[in-house]
Structure formats: structure tokens, C-alpha cells
Design a protein around this ligand. Structure first.
Ligand code: BTN
Length: 223
């Protein structure tokens, strides 16, 4: 069952790190780690993830049985769980309007049958650091007053459901939420117009030199 057993920390460095340790120690599929606060929350591409204490849902799941579409399934599930319209900015940022509400970080070793799915979702945050002030949001700032624990309860059933769906259904649902479709996107060495994702999750972009497929691990989109 997704979400059981559960370990909750008032403060830990990173729930993904705790979940990784549990995975290596043999924790079962669905094991959940949550925290009120992280001292070294990890984001994608070596970035930090920060949130004031008890203001964000900070969770990591140990998964043993998963498909290559796991990060996309998680993004679709987060959108579906939310009581407001949300879209996905490739590869898996959750946006409300143009602002980021939640981020997803998948780490693991598929060859050893474990992955850690980390989700950070801003629930009650009202003040962001200066560098995020124009680009981040929270449920509270979007007019939804709720508690992190209630958001967790909303989120677990769609996560469990989307983990079981066939990859083609996950890709279809992801594509219906694609925030970059038809938008100009820029990365360090180029720019183009978003044309959806291929079967591997690579972002398709039309550039003056033709269509390219951008890999999530290699390309960092500029805002
Ligand atoms: C991103 O948008 O770059 C991904 C952010 C993922 C943050 C979450 S918070 C819970 C879990 N523990 C971590 O250290 N990171 C993820």
C-alpha cells in the first residue's frame, strides 16, 4: 500500500535521503517519509529545495515496482489531486498559471529495484526568497487554505492509481497538461517552440535547424 509504513520527522536533512537509506535497508514498496522541515532539501540538477517549517508537503516514497514513466505519472497525479487547475512544465514542475507550486525529484537505481519519488508542494508558504518571489506560489497564495496533512491524503490515492496505469495512458495524460506546448522555450545553447514529449519523456522542440528532442538530465530550461 502506498504510504505505509510511514516515518515522520520534525526536522531532517532530506526526506529523499532518509527514503534512500530505507530503500537500501530493504524497506517495502510504498514506504513513506515525510518531514515538517528539511535542512538540505534537494531539487533537480543539484539545486536546493527550501520551505519554512510546516508550510510545504515534503514527502518521499520508496518504490520497488515502477515504470520508466514514474516521474510523469507522479506529475499527472499531483495535478489531478489539486483542487485547482494545474499544468506541468517539462520535465515535471507543477505550475499554477506561470508559477511553480510543486517539484518532483526521482532518484534511485532501477537495476537494484528501488526508486525514491520526492515531492515538495508549497501549501501554506506566503513568503518566498527573493529569487523565487516572481516564480513560485503556494496553495495559500492561490486562495486555498489547507494543511499539509490534508494535501497528503488527497495525493496518495491518485499516485497509487497513476503508478499502475500503462505508460501510454500516462504519456497521454501528461500531454494534456503540457504547459510548454506551443511556447517558446530557451536553454543554454538554443531556443525553440515546445511540441510535446516523445515516448521516452524527451521534450520535442522545433528550432530553426529542425526538430530536436531534449533530454531532462542534460538540458536545463531557462525561465
Ligand atoms: C525540483 O523541483 O527541483 C524538485 C524538488 C523536490 C523537492 C522534494 S521536497 C521532498 C523531497 N526531499 C528532497 O530532498 N527533495 C524532495
Amino acid at each position: 500500500m502506498i504510504g505505509t509504513p510511514r516515518s515522520h520527522f520534525q526536522l531532517t536533512d532530506s526526506t529523499n535521503e532518509r527514503a534512500r537509506e530505507l530503500a537500501l535497508a530493504g524497506a517495502p514498496h510504498g514506504t513513506l517519509v515525510t518531514a515538517d522541515e528539511q535542512s538540505a532539501g534537494r531539487g533537480r540538477q543539484g539545486r536546493r529545495w527550501t520551505a519554512p517549517p510546516r508550510c510545504a508537503l515534503l514527502m518521499s516514497l520508496v518504490l520497488r515496482d515502477f515504470q520508466e514513466t514514474l516521474p510523469m505519472a507522479a506529475a499527472v497525479a499531483v495535478c489531478e489531486a489539486l483542487p485547482l487547475a494545474a499544468a506541468i512544465k517539462w520535465p515535471n514542475d507543477i505550475l499554477v498559471g506561470r508559477r511553480k507550486l510543486a517539484g518532483i525529484l526521482v532518484e534511485g537505481r532501477p537495476q537494484e529495484s528501488w526508486a525514491v519519488l520526492g515531492i515538495g508542494l508549497n501549501v501554506r508558504t506566503t513568503e518566498f526568497p527573493a529569487e523565487l518571489r516572481e516564480t513560485a506560489t503556494s496553495l495559500q497564495l492561490e486562495g486555498i487554505e489547507t494543511a499539509t496533512e490534508d494535501v497528503l491524503e488527497l495525493l496518495l490515492p491518485p499516485l497509487a492509481g497513476w503508478f499502475r496505469r500503462p505508460p501510454a495512458a500516462v504519456l497521454d495524460a501528461w500531454r494534456r497538461r503540457d504547459a510548454l506546448l506551443g511556447q517558446t522555450v530557451r536553454w543554454a545553447t538554443g531556443s525553440g517552440v515546445g511540441r510535446g514529449i516523445d515516448e521516452t519523456g524527451a521534450l520535442l522542440v522545433d528550432t530553426p535547424a529542425g526538430r530536436r528532442a531534449l533530454q531532462a538530465g542534460e538540458v536545463h530550461l531557462e525561465r
